[in-house]
Design a protein around this ligand. Sequence first.
Ligand code: MEV
Length: 336
Amino acid sequence: MRVTVSVPGKVTLLGEHAVVYGKPALVSAINRRVYITVEGRDDSNIKIFSNDIKLQGLSLKLNGEMSSFEFETWEKKSQILEPLRYILKALEVAAQHYGKKIGANIMVRSEMPIGAGLGTSAAISVGTVAAYSALLGHEMNLNEVARMGHATEVAVQGIASPMDTAITTFGGTLYIKPEGTKPFIERIDVPCDFTSVLGYTQREETTSQILRRVKAAKDQNPKVVELIMDAIGLLVEEARSCIKKGDPKSFGDLMNINHGLLDSLGVSTRALNEMVYASRSAGALGSKLTGAGGGGCMIALCPDRAKEVSLAIKLAGGVPFEVSLSSPGLRVEPPS
Ligand code: MEV
């Protein structure tokens, strides 16, 4: 049996990091996807193939240690190993949930850079859980898949909100507020032009490293950091009204404030800041880093100015690409 699923990447419009501490966030699925194919094997091995994350037929024993693995270069170690950890943990989470495991070949293909703040870890976790569950003979229940995807991220990263795994599973644009074991989720219609351009720069740290750094900052200065998180939560509430009213100008102002607060948490970089400011000078209504930070992606809201903003991002040293929002979530692809 062979199953292919695809899962969208995402941009956090507002609220990353604070969402880890229970504040609300606004997030949207983008029109770039990760494709995961899972195919049954006659033995109990797991074999992973991906050109995007430089894994060429890496063989593993199910439940066993990685046998051997050569890195292209040492610098690429985390780029190579991070996605692998999510795939293996997702298989383990699904196998434990159903009390059953079988060997499989796993093929991963991504239409966006992996580990760039676009939710590829969540997409890989959700896609692997969903496709492996189908291989084990279980129908996909989206709530269950999102929960198992989140359990995968928590196990790999140590800390994770349910935001990325929810948006990659359900798609669209969501207002999400973590509440106990089940987050509150509201689907948001975007009634006006939210054309956005993303700017990409090389990642300097992994999501796990940045999440640990933010936690350390919070432990060191709890009162100050809690105020910053509260402010982010408040601006998300304001932005939820702006988006519903169709007011991108006020939404953009809130994006700018959000970027300043994220910078104060120490998660932006010089390269991200340069793209953020360059896009504002080129006419963006608002711009901010998106995702965990430490390099990766920024987003500029720029209806009518996409060309100018793309050029400004390029001149600031980044790689621009236009995205459309509110894309569909997890889906099963027809057999090829
Ligand atoms: C990462 O895409 C978003 C963070 O808020 C982490 C999370 O929500 O788990 C930084």
